[in-house]
Ligand binder design. Sequence first.
Ligand code: PHE
Length: 462
Amino acid sequence: MATNSRGQFNSRLGFVLAAAGSAVGLGNIWKFPFEVGAGGGAAFVLIYLAFCFLLCFPVMISEIAIGRKTQLNAVGAFKKLGHHNWAWIGLLGILAGVFILSFYNVVAGWAFGYFLQMVQGNFEIGQNFGSYISKWESIGLYGLVFMGVTSVIVSKGIQGGIERAAKILMPSLFVLIIGLMLYAFTLDGAMDGIEYYLVPDFSEITGEVIYSALGQAFFSLSLGMGALITYGSYVSRKQDIVRSAAMITLTDVSVAFLAGMMIFPFVFSSGIEPNGGAGLIFATLPGVFEGLGPILGIVIGATFFLLLSFAALTSTVSLLEVPVAYLVDEKKIKRPVAVWGMATLIFLLGLPSLLGNGAVEQLTSFMTLYRDGQEQMISFMDFVELIASDTFLPLGGTVIAIFTAYVWKKNNLNAELMEGRETDSKWMMSYINFAVMFFCPIILGAITIITILERFFGIQVF
Ligand code: PHE
């Protein structure tokens, strides 16, 4: 039995909501739609869904099991179950988390800034998105506020901060998205959007579509960097890990799916190009809210961006919790010191991403990489995203699966999963075993290696 001076979730619902709160965020509502747009529509959606359920779900179970078994942070957990030499997997994850948070916080600043614009009834902001994000002073200020609020929550620890916030905010966001989706269906052109989103054109599938769908699946589920190891370490032994992981995955995927169902009708009825990149929802939605009329537009618009900011907050909290838990457990640093120190560092690391959206040319056109064999200029923020989220997370997922199956060993995984298991259905356990032993290491590993070769070195494998 674990003794816990380090805090624990109160209930299964608390854990599932906190983990789903980590998963549901800008990744679902901001990133997913524009990745679908860049990936040609429904074909991307299909691949993304397959990756979430077939490849990511077993990795999620492994992460939570590793966390609960060891009751430790991402680095400590690998050391305890394996050997000192395995600490690097956790460190890789921490590095990924630090970099992800550095740019995530900037986008959270956009969302919060949009809330303030909506309150003032400024619906034109959608057309001015490009110049809006280049104003680094104001976005930087919102980012600072965001990082500050994140730090306050993380310094309060598990029950007080994270669990309570997630319980109220997550369901509200869900309801609002469904409401907006129903409204979207009534608009002219809505059907074109739905067709684009749901009817796959298989000729759109390229290597790039596969890599970005995989990166998106990991990013969206908060996997591959130890966030769920860390949250898993606060889970009680009475909980059914498999069932909790299923609930987290289903919640996250449903929110992303519904966000797409809401956005694409809006995009098509507003005559906006779906492959317009990172500004997609920010360019589209203000015009939609304007169409609701002045009062309702302000109410719904402001509520939407406020809830989006909250969804981002439950994710930034989990991103910051990973390095903080490491510093507290392994380096014996006091929680508040670890929190504020890390937050400051990450904020500073985010400055080039902040400045690379128009303010500073060298950071806006930062470097060339390859996309389906073509050279492409990308910004500093895109670069960090490609390295941390699209590369480190699937890489982390691959090594976590290999570690679970061959270092910790599948029997130990199974024993951990059986604690608290509420059913004795065998097929799910068989799939999990098959996936961590063969499917994830091979398929995940292969796609990750090919991604690195193609994107960073321009070597066309296919
Ligand atoms: N899953 C979060 C989102 O979709 C982002 C995230 C990634 C959070 C990795 C934690 C770890 O917004």
